[in-house]
Design a protein around this ligand. Structure first.
Ligand code: BUP
Length: 458
């Protein structure tokens, strides 16, 4: 029979890039679509940004319940030097058989893509409908779905360009670097997840039809793989409003400063929460921002996990830099409320690593993106940015370990050019209008989420 208030359990994995879309989905399902929502969390989180985010989520949305997922013992020494977030994925994956008690009484489970291949079988065993939230772009989802078949066809040969049926060709250089190594932990998880997705009850993706028309249509009409489960494009998921009861946030230094700057005069610079940037490249970036002559707000990260970050900013960015740009440039190592920043009138450009959440937030705000992707799915996302008109991508820009440093002078030149580019600004505003239309009543994303909820009810 049909239930009035379906209980949906959400299972995010580690890292802000995964947690953020899950908390947005939690809120959309509770407040917009009448679901009873629980979020399964693992404590302690890998980063302190995640624990602060969870605290804020449960404080702001008391209707969303928390379930503690206790992991089995996990010996990380099997993976020397592995990324701490991937290690957590692996620890969670091995604990999937322990999920049973948390899922009692649920009508549906939404698992993170990083856990899909191990969680779908557990849900099947429990006869619980299992959906997957894909936390990156639909283009990346199409790659994830197609890649196992690509590997089978290439019979152990090297990975080259990957032509995704019905979508487009992803050039070799845009592939997540790890996928060139079949033994890499990321690759093993990616392939296992990609193979298992066909057995899920459906996929949710934080994108919208006008942003990624090719990939979404191809996934939905069976071009990528025939008989694939339904794909619900439900983005851009709206940010969680944490402001209730926390007026202190808008009073922070950088917000007060942003509010005082002229319209569209500030470059916002952030490369996400996941990876550190080499000291040499940080200094070139500093030189570039200084030479651009523009105002900027720059979130600097110099370690992988924020808990370890105690480096001194002045020392990191070079002698006298902070003094020279004082008043014109704001640099912070701390967490900023990026959503709020992107909405500010004074911000005119987003120099971004193109983490998928950042891209969707820029789209929702109509802010042009200057793409500087670094690793993982970011080049594929930068391709989406360029195709959709949301921004520009200088694809020769690469990071340390590849073709060397991007020089400050080149950065300055490009920043100046895009800040002066009226067409780029107008196109980004066009993307924003399409995003607003998708999530409004009877828009594609709104309707897709409603359809998903209807399935959880049945
Ligand atoms: Br840094 C930073 N404030 O200071 P992405 C990030 N964010 O609000 P990532 C802040 O974290 P993965 C900060 O708005 C976005 O929602 C930002 O996710 C927010 O990149 C999220 O953009 C970051 O997907 O994650 O962190 O590299 O690599 O897992 O995608």
């Amino acid at each position: 029979g049909s239930v009035a208030l379906p209980h949906v359990v959400l299972l995010p994995s580690a890292g802000m890039g995964h947690l953020v879309p899950f908390s947005r989905l939690a809120v959309a399902l509770t407040s917009g679509h009448g679901c009873d929502v629980s979020v399964a969390t693992v404590l302690p989180t890998v980063s302190s940004a995640e624990s602060a985010h969870l605290e804020a989520l449960f404080a702001a949305c008391p209707a969303v319940r928390r379930l503690d997922f206790h992991l089995a013992q996990f010996d990380a020494s099997e993976f020397p030097g592995a990324d701490p977030f991937f290690l957590r994925f692996e620890a969670m994956r091995r604990s999937a058989p322990l999920l049973g008690p948390l899922l009692a009484g649920a009508h549906a489970l939404v698992t993170d893509i990083a856990l899909a291949s191990v969680v779908i079988p557990v849900a099947k065993e429990l006869r619980l409908p299992c959906y997957v939230l894909f936390t990156a772009s639909a283009a990346m989802l199409s790659l994830c779905v197609h890649f196992p078949a690509y590997l089978d066809a290439s019979a152990g040969g090297p990975v080259g360009d990957v032509d995704i049926p019905g979508v487009y060709r992803i050039p070799k250089a845009s592939m997540p670097q790890a996928l060139h190594d079949p033994k890499h932990l990321f690759t093993r998880q990616f392939v296992a997840n990609g193979r298992e997705l066909a057995r899920s009850d459906g996929l949710l993706v934080n994108s919208f039809d006008a942003l990624e028309p090719e990939a979404i249509a191809a996934l939905q009409n069976g071009s990528v793989v025939a008989g694939f489960p339904p794909v619900f494009s439900v983005g851009p998921l709206a940010p969680v409003s944490f402001s209730a009861g926390e007026p202190a946030k808008s009073q922070s230094d950088y917000m007060r400063w942003l509010e005082a700057q002229p319209a569209r005069s500030v470059v916002y610079v952030s490369f996400g929460s996941r990876k550190a940037i080499s000291k040499d490249q940080l200094r070139e970036l500093a030189a570039g921002l200084e030479a651009s002559g523009h105002r900027f707000l720059w979130v600097v990260k110099s370690t992988v996990v924020d808990r370890d970050d105690d480096a001194d900013l002045g020392e990191l960015l070079g002698e006298g830099f902070l003094e020279r740009v004082q008043g014109r440039g704001m640099v912070t190592k701390g967490w900023v409320e990026q959503e709020e920043v992107l909405k500010q009138e004074s911000v005119g450009l987003f120099l971004s690593h193109c983490g998928w959440n950042s891209v969707t937030e820029a789209a929702a705000s109509g802010l042009p993106v200057l793409a500087w992707p670094r690793f993982g799915d970011q080049r594929v996302n930068a391709g989406v940015v360029a195709r959709s008109g949301l921004g520009l991508w200088v694809d020769s820009w690469s990071w340390e370990g590849e073709e060397g440093l991007v020089k400050g002078e080149e950065i300055a030149e490009k920043v100046r050019a895009v800040m002066a580019d009226e067409t780029a600004r107008k196109k980004a505003v066009g993307v924003r209008d399409a995003a607003a239309k998708a999530v409004a009543d009877s828009g594609t994303s709104y309707e897709n989420l409603a359809q998903f909820v209807q399935r959880c009810r049945d």
